[in-house]
Design a binder for this molecule. Structure first.
Ligand code: MN
Length: 225
């Protein structure tokens, strides 16, 4: 028998193509009930936001990754630009919504303390100044988007970003700490066009412990520059 037929690598099952694998991205557990924020936020709005909108981004991100794998295996790149747009949009939507649910708590509100509070004072002057900038960013979006408090690992400082859709108008290496969803689906069911009321409700529910935990993590990040 030749050594070729006994090649053990040939007889191993190819795991990547043999069994169905779990999806890459999944809807994270909320950790609270849809009605946890009543009466500030309606359970109907949280339910719809999570199960319809966020779930769609999870599905879209997984689909984009699968479509890109299919393009590679078939060598057909005629739709590559659209697939890359689908990936950026849906993956970013999934990340931002995952952050959104963690940023909220039925016991939230108040103001940050500890190192996050110190950094906010250092970079914005005061917590009130940060809040004013974020509110301005959120109420002046042209179309759908987010207000985001981010850590910039290059300048090693906090920044406020006005994000278009989920993936545009962002500095390349920033890491989000706190996000505010200004898509109409986030507030319209309950607040109609009253963005200021949605923002006032949101500030009442921000979980500063979650923001502080994430801030401690992202400060450790480097990009080798
Ligand atoms: Mn949303």
């Amino acid at each position: 028998m030749s050594s070729l037929t006994k090649n053990p690598e040939r007889s191993e099952p190819v795991e990547e193509n043999s069994a169905p694998r779990a999806k890459l991205y999944s809807l994270p557990p909320l950790g609270y009930h849809y009605y946890a924020f009543e009466p500030v936020l309606s359970s109907e709005m949280v339910d719809l936001h999570y199960n319809a909108h966020h779930a769609a981004y999870v599905k879209g991100a997984n689909q984009a990754v699968e479509d890109l794998a299919e393009a590679r295996s078939s060598g057909r790149y005629d739709s590559i630009a659209q697939l890359e747009r689908n990936l950026a949009f849906n993956f970013s939507g999934h990340v931002l919504h995952s952050l959104l649910w963690r940023n909220l708590s039925p016991n939230g509100g108040g103001a940050p303390d500890g190192e996050l509070a110190e950094e906010i004072e250092r970079h914005f002057g005061s917590f009130a100044a940060l809040k004013a900038q974020l509110n301005a960013v959120c109420t002046t979006l042209q179309g759908s988007g987010w207000g985001v408090l981010s850590w910039d690992p290059l300048g090693r400082r906090l920044l406020v970003e006005q994000v278009f859709d989920h993936q545009n108008n962002i500095g390349r290496c920033t890491l989000p700490v706190l996000v505010i969803d200004m898509w109409e689906h986030a507030y319209y069911l309950q607040f109609r066009n009253r963005k200021n009321e949605w923002l006032a409700a949101y500030w009442q529910l921000i979980d500063w412990h979650d923001a502080a935990r994430r801030f401690a993590l992202v400060r450790q990040a480097g990009i080798g520059l």
